[in-house]
Ligand binder design. Sequence first.
Ligand SMILES: Nc1nc2c(ncn2[C@@H]2O[C@H](COP(=O)(O)OP(=O)(O)OP(=O)(O)O)[C@@H](O)[C@H]2O)c(=O)[nH]1
Ligand SMILES: [Mg+2]
Length: 90
Amino acid sequence: MGIAAIADQITRSVEGVTSTLTAPFTDPVIRLGVTGLSRAGKTVFITSLVANLLDRGRMPQLTAAANGAIKTAFLQPQPDDTVPRFAYET
Ligand SMILES: Nc1nc2c(ncn2[C@@H]2O[C@H](COP(=O)(O)OP(=O)(O)OP(=O)(O)O)[C@@H](O)[C@H]2O)c(=O)[nH]1
Ligand SMILES: [Mg+2]
């Protein structure tokens, strides 16, 4: 399954969650996990995804980016003080 297909499935899942929620729960949080064998490419994938979400001109083949469904993307502080923040910038 390609990245575009995975992304489309995620989009559909988010739409499904949103449609079942009503105010005041209009801002659902979707947490995604990335798993794989050691050196499989998890860190490279996550870093690339973050970079491309922050600069979406670089991934026009992602439907949600091409049709403007993604309104904005930004990094937030690590919400769990016991887990170090992913060092995206480095
Ligand atoms: N050419 C190149 N290869 C890289 C770079 N960073 C990682 N790699 C290689 O890409 C592959 C995947 O690396 P990672 O994304 O770090 O793998 P990972 O799944 O996060 O691995 P673990 O954190 O050990 O579980 C490995 O073969 C790395 O040696 C890079 O900056 N340049
Ligand atoms: Mg890693």
